[in-house]
Design a binder for this molecule. Structure first.
Ligand code: SF4
Length: 272
């Protein structure tokens, strides 16, 4: 697919721009926020099972001076096809020696393939995303992403290389995500942990409800209550937030919590 400009502005709080080398993502997460892309682009087949490679000749880095660019916002830059196509690598190569801050966010161990390149960039921060410490849960929620143990090993290896690292525990699934276990496991390997809760405004709401009905029927009604009652939503997540803060403080680890998306987006708009 021919793409004129691989760099786009983003509303993501941590970045100014985003680059998405692929359309679609084979990881197949049941909560995939990126599925809305299907409406704008003519993507055939089931979301999560197809990937389209973007074709681009050059990367225009003009507007990126002293800005932060994230790879990626609506795809995973290190999903398996990257090993063959190297489009993420092609984009990153353009940033060598330039005053650009690069932020990587992935669920894949293949991020390790580009360690040599990361070392040539002016500024890089690498985030590993995971939402549970139990691979049996991970297999159901993120079927084709790297296993929990592979992601932990990846963090460990990146830590050894002394990169600026963070873990992103996202999205937290009510009653299921064993976030205190995850914090315990990743604390030795990361400088900071971000936390984001499950956002059910997308087309995947039904998919998540069906998932609970099939695998966690004991929580299915409570989940619906959380997402249909604003007051209960606040109470539930404030309670989780308090536990997270306690666990992070005990381990002296920095944390950022992204639970109330409307407020976060409003803050970003105010900052401009
Ligand atoms: S890794 Fe990200 S883009 Fe890929 S399927 Fe999962 S949520 Fe969607």
């Amino acid at each position: 697919m021919k793409t004129k400009n691989i760099i786009t502005k983003t509303q993501i709080p941590a970045a100014d721009f985003a680059a998405n080398p692929y359309l679609g993502c084979i990881h197949g997460c049941i909560y995939c926020y990126a599925e809305f892309m299907k409406r704008f682009r003519n993507i055939e087949g089931e979301w999560g099972k197809n990937v389209v490679c973007k074709e681009f000749d050059r990367v225009n880095t003009k507007s990126l001076t002293n800005k932060t660019i994230i790879l990626s916002s609506v795809t995973d830059p290190y999903q398996p096809i990257e090993r063959k196509m190297r489009l993420t690598r092609k984009i990153l190569t353009n940033f060598i020696g330039k005053p650009i801050s690069v932020e990587i966010l992935t669920k894949s161990k293949f991020v390790l393939d580009d360690i040599d390149l990361f070392k040539k960039l002016n500024s890089i921060r690498i985030g590993l995303s995971l939402n549970c410490a139990d691979d049996k849960i991970r297999e159901k929620i993120e079927p084709r992403a790297s296993s929990v143990s592979d992601r932990l090993e990846t963090l460990k290896l990146l830590r050894k290389e002394k990169f600026n690292l963070y873990a992103f525990i996202s999205p937290l699934f009510p009653f299921i995500s064993d976030y205190e276990n995850v914090i315990e496991k990743i604390a030795p390997y990361t400088d900071e942990i971000g936390f984001e809760n499950l956002n059910l405004r997308g087309a995947f709401r039904k998919r998540v409800y069906d998932f609970y009905a099939e695998f966690y029927p004991q929580y299915a009604d409570a989940l619906k209550s959380i997402y249909s009652d604003k007051g209960y939503f606040r109470i539930y997540w404030d309670n989780v937030k308090a536990k997270i803060i306690k666990a992070c403080k005990e381990r002296k680890i920095k944390y950022k919590i992204f639970f109330y998306h409307d407020e976060i987006m409003a803050q970003k708009r105010t900052r401009g």
